[in-house]
Ligand binder design. Structure first.
Ligand SMILES: [Zn+2]
Length: 489
């Protein structure tokens, strides 16, 4: 067997004022054929898992380019087209192939392309013909368009949010691909449109039990090869936005459709109950101060670079400063200009610095202060599960007893190692302020005495009922109360 693999992924917040060019991919992950590292990043596990599977089978794996950019706004047209064409050229050269196994994210929007993944998949289908297997792993925060479903045989989506299972799902993807190529199964994908926009953390109920049940059904029903939920991505203003339920069966289309509908309507019936409750910055800081033991983690949940925001909001920090709180570490605030200034000043220097809140409305005001440059770290990195997340040149500054980490590559706060990388011991701090909606949970819950979800400012379009959508469909909850003709169970 000859199998082609590649990855092209980012998540586009169409409301974010930060655009993505080719350099943004190169800063996060750009691996030409054969140069992908041993450890996968979020959307490239199909490549690393594929290496193992094909080595065991004695099959030929032809690696194309793998590119991932940290989420932001619109993708530059040439950047998308050049990466797409690079992968298509590699596939053309690799032909004939028996299968194409891709790592995608599924929420890209490029200048001139509302459905870049659909465009890529359709071009691949056109090139390889109707009989070659095409499958991909997707992030649940994506848009499942008809064009994609028409072009691919099946998708497997991360089940967990936080996405702790991207390697396991890549293993599912490959297992189904291998079983298909060896003639044991013929996957058929059924999709139910839940017609809703919501957020589904699996670290809490009711989504925890729902996902556990999907796994149980997969294990107990021989007809079911894979079940996935496309959560949808509310910051991506595209026509086919929304939650979708996917059932991949072994040739049982009717059964798959019934199952996808049943499970999808169950999600719809629980709309609005999935998200964790949140508080504002005043309450979060007061609560954290009142806590007897630390570290209390305040998640600045909507200024999450993982959702495409700048990650430079200062609303929570300003509240801490105004309340005179100390023994706090803030990780991180994106400000490459301030990092450059700190680098020029050098470790130990005391300098006047303006930092933060430079990129978007609703993020507070820049902070001005006499800061101490405590530590500088070129090419800083933190852990994220089995992988590594770089955050660029970074500076640890101290202002009024608050330790603040400034980064020059936008990335959400995945793991406490972001603090230790800059010489801050997170366990000694009473309060840790981080920027992440829920990915932080897996690692930070292990050290936190308490976790407070804080909605501070308006950095992100977090209310689908009122977000200023221009392209998103209107026949979807919460824009419409009940868009289903059938009653939810
Ligand atoms: Zn995601």
């Amino acid at each position: 067997m000859r199998i082609f693999t590649a990855a092209l992924a980012t998540e586009t917040n169409t409301f974010a004022p930060i655009c993505i060019d080719r350099r943004a991919f190169e800063e996060s992950l750009y691996a030409p054929p054969g140069q992908h590292p041993v450890t996968p990043t979020l959307c490239t596990a199909p490549i690393t898992v594929g290496r193992k599977v094909c080595a065991q089978k004695g099959w030929t794996l032809i690696e194309g380019t793998a590119a991932w950019a940290d989420p932001a706004g619109l993708i530059n047209r040439r950047a998308f087209e050049s990466l797409r064409d690079e992968i298509l050229d590699q596939l053309r050269e690799a032909m004939p192939v028996d299968a194409v196994v891709l790592g995608l994210h599924g929420a890209m929007v490029a200048d001139g392309y509302l459905d870049p993944e659909g465009d890529l998949l359709a071009r691949i289908r056109q090139m390889v013909g109707p009989d070659v297997l095409i499958c991909a792993e997707l992030d649940p925060h994506s848009h499942l368009t008809e064009k994609r479903c028409a072009a691919a045989n099946f998708f497997v989506v991360f089940k967990e949010f936080p996405h702790t299972d991207f390697v396991e799902r890549a293993e599912d993807l490959w297992r189904i691909a291998v079983d298909t190529l060896e003639g044991r199964v013929s996957p058929v994908m059924s999709v139910f449109d839940c017609r809703m926009i919501d957020v589904f953390p699996t670290s809490r109920e009711p989504m925890r039990s729902f996902v556990d049940r999907l796994t149980e059904i997969e294990q107990s029903d021989v007809d079911v090869l894979s079940l996935s939920v496309i959560h949808g991505f509310m910051a991506g203003d595209v026509p086919e936005i929304g939650t979708k339920m996917i059932a991949v069966t072994n040739g049982k289309r009717e059964k798959g459709e019934a199952l996808a509908q049943k499970l999808g309507l169950e999600l719809f019936s629980r709309r609005g109950t999935f998200m964790m409750p949140w508080i504002d910055e005043k309450e979060a800081v007061a609560k954290a101060r009142a806590s007897a033991v630390g570290p209390v983690v305040i998640a600045d949940m909507w200024d999450n670079p993982g959702g495409g925001t700048a990650g430079d909001a200062t609303v929570v920090l300003a509240e801490l400063l105004s309340q005179g709180v100390t023994n706090v570490a803030v990780g991180m605030i994106w400000d490459p200009i301030a990092v450059q200034i700190c680098m020029a000043a050098g470790e130990g220097a005391e300098i006047p610095l303006r930092f933060g809140a430079k990129s978007a409305p609703g993020t507070g005001n820049p902070i001005d202060g006499l800061v101490t440059v405590v530590k500088l770290q070129p090419n800083a990195e933190m852990r994220f599960g089995d992988s590594i997340a770089p955050f660029g040149d970074a500076a640890h500054i101290r202002l009024n007893g608050i330790d603040i980490i400034l980064s020059s590559v936008r990335v959400q706060s995945y793991d406490p190692s972001l603090f230790t990388a800059l010489g801050v011991d997170p366990l000694t701090k009473h309060i840790l302020v981080i920027k992440s909606t829920n990915h932080f949970y897996a690692a930070f819950s292990k050290i936190a005495s308490e976790i407070l979800y804080c909605s501070a400012g308006t950095p992100y379009p977090n209310n689908p009922a009122t977000n200023p959508y221009r392209r998103a469909r209107r026949d979807i909850w919460p824009i419409m109360a009940n868009p289903h003709s059938i009653e939810a169970a």
